[in-house]
Design a protein around this ligand. Structure first.
Ligand code: UD1
Ligand code: CA
Length: 418
């Protein structure tokens, strides 16, 4: 690896104490994906990252198994036992990093950082990212001399009356020469208010020695937000949620009431589709064009709504497809179900897809008509154009042939004369 290579280090070994949930911050779900996945995705376009190291601590097992099942490859994991601060974190991670080149250091708790911003930062060689903010409390403050040169990074706990007022904060994003960083972290001490080893002290030394850049985002308050407490998290959720909704609105999706609509990451929705209030669309859902959803629809993983279909109030779907032009207008659960085109699923229809051990499939054929209050016990198939009368219970394996009518409990072929 050449001296110009850039590596990536993500710090995620803190104890997440301030979160108070007992779970690792890096895996906290934000709109359908863990915080850590945003960090990794945003660093991905840099493509210069030759080696990616994720540093884990007490929660390293959970972080490792998430990484193993994720879309990311080419990462390695380092362990920080008994975390003693971000400087100690880097000491532990350096064992896994090459001797030469630079490292981009990101924290596992800043999911709103944009890839474009990182792209800009890495152009500058050794560099530190800062931001001007209205309320810098909780963050490290950036002290500069009269010429604008960086002179100190003062942690919130170490500020005095004067330095507390500085409104340029440390975003916690660094590009540092590995050899210089190695030397600097080796010298760190914990002579500060928190008794920790601060990465900021080492960064200051490297940047001063090598004449690195200190880049200030003048308008970066939202972007640099770090999640320390669940209050911080709720603010980040609000930003992310709006970013997602805004992208759909700009792409022609009619969202009647954005404030009550929850759309997670990685959801595709075609233009002309209308989403009514109170609707929830989880990660991975696919919706075609000119559909109608809600009010109060809940589309879970694996739900697919094809063009022109309608899922109305209190309809829940998981691993199910509602075919083109099909309707499920009220109070319905569809699990592991394929509803073919133009079928009508009546009010209160339930697919009983789970027998306590396994999930089973249901197929509702094209233009079939499922009467109100029907229970379809899977596995079962309703043929094209077939009808179930209101209140039918179609039992497992008792497929209904195309074009026929069934009624009753258990459902039997129905003829008006019998
Ligand atoms: C840190 C910076 C602060 C900056 C802020 C930006 C230091 C000393 N302070 O403060 O200047 O304004 O980020 O958000 O670096 N971590 C470990 N091991 C540890 C401690 C932390 O891996 O021993 C990880 C955490 O999991 C987290 C990241 O490092 O992802 C930052 O740690 P955190 O405790 O949140 O630092 P801040 O107090 O926010
Ligand atoms: Ca933080």
């Amino acid at each position: 690896m050449s001296a110009s290579s850039l590596h990536l280090l993500v710090l995620a070994a803190g104890n997440s104490t301030r979160l108070r949930t007992g779970h690792p911050k890096a895996l906290l779900d934000l709109c359908g994906r863990p915080l850590l996945s945003y960090i990794l995705s945003h660093a991905e376009p840099l493509q210069v990252a030759s080696k990616t190291v994720v540093l884990g601590g007490n929660h390293i097992q959970a972080i490792t198994s998430w990484l193993q099942g994720s879309e990311y490859s080419d990462w390695s994991i380092a362990l920080q036992e008994n975390p003693r601060g971000t400087g100690h974190a880097v000491q532990c991670a350096l064992e896994q990093l090459p001797d030469e080149g630079r490292v981009l250091i990101l924290c596992g708790d800043t999911p709103l950082l944009r890839p474009e911003t990182l792209q800009e930062l890495v152009k500058h060689g050794d560099a530190l990212m800062t931001a001007r903010v209205a309320d810098p409390s909780g963050y490290g403050r950036i002290q500069r001399d009269d010429d604008g040169n960086l002179t100190a990074i003062i942690e919130d706990a170490d500020t005095d009356e004067e330095t507390r007022l500085i409104n340029e904060m440390n975003a916690g994003v660094y590009v540092l020469d590995l050899a210089a960083l190695r030397a600097a972290v080796a010298k760190l001490d914990s002579d500060n208010a928190q008794g920790e080893l601060y990465l900021t002290d080492a960064a200051l030394e490297v940047l001063t020695e090598r004449g690195g850049a200190t880049l200030c985002l003048e308008d970066g308050e939202e972007e640099i937000a770090g999640v320390n407490t669940l209050v911080d998290f709720s603010e980040v959720v609000a930003v992310m949620r709006w970013q997602i909704l805004e992208a759909h609105l700009l792409a022609g999706v009619i969202i009647d009431d954005p404030s009550s609509t929850w759309v997670e990451h990685d959801v595709s929705i075609g233009p002309g589709t209308r989403i009514r209030p109170g609707s929830v669309l989880h990660a991975g859902v696919r919706v075609g064009k000119d559909c109608e959803l809600g009010p109060y629809v809940r589309l879970r993983a694996g739900a697919v709504i094809e063009d022109g279909a309608l899922a109305g109030n209190f309809v829940e779907m998981k691993n199910s497809t509602l075919g083109a032009g099909a309707k499920a207008k009220h109070l319905t659960y569809l699990g592991n179900t394929t509803v073919e085109e133009f079928a009508n699923v009546g009010c209160g229809t339930i697919t009983a897809n789970y027998d306590g051990k396994k999930k089973h499939p249901t197929v509702i054929g094209s233009r079939a008509s499922i009467g109100s209050g029907t229970i379809l016990v899977a596995p079962v198939k309703i043929g094209a154009g077939a009808t179930t009368a209101a209140g039918s219970v179609v039992t497992a394996g008792k497929d209904v042939p195309a074009g026929t009518v069934v009624a009753g409990i258990p459902a039997k072929p129905f003829s008006p004369k019998s």
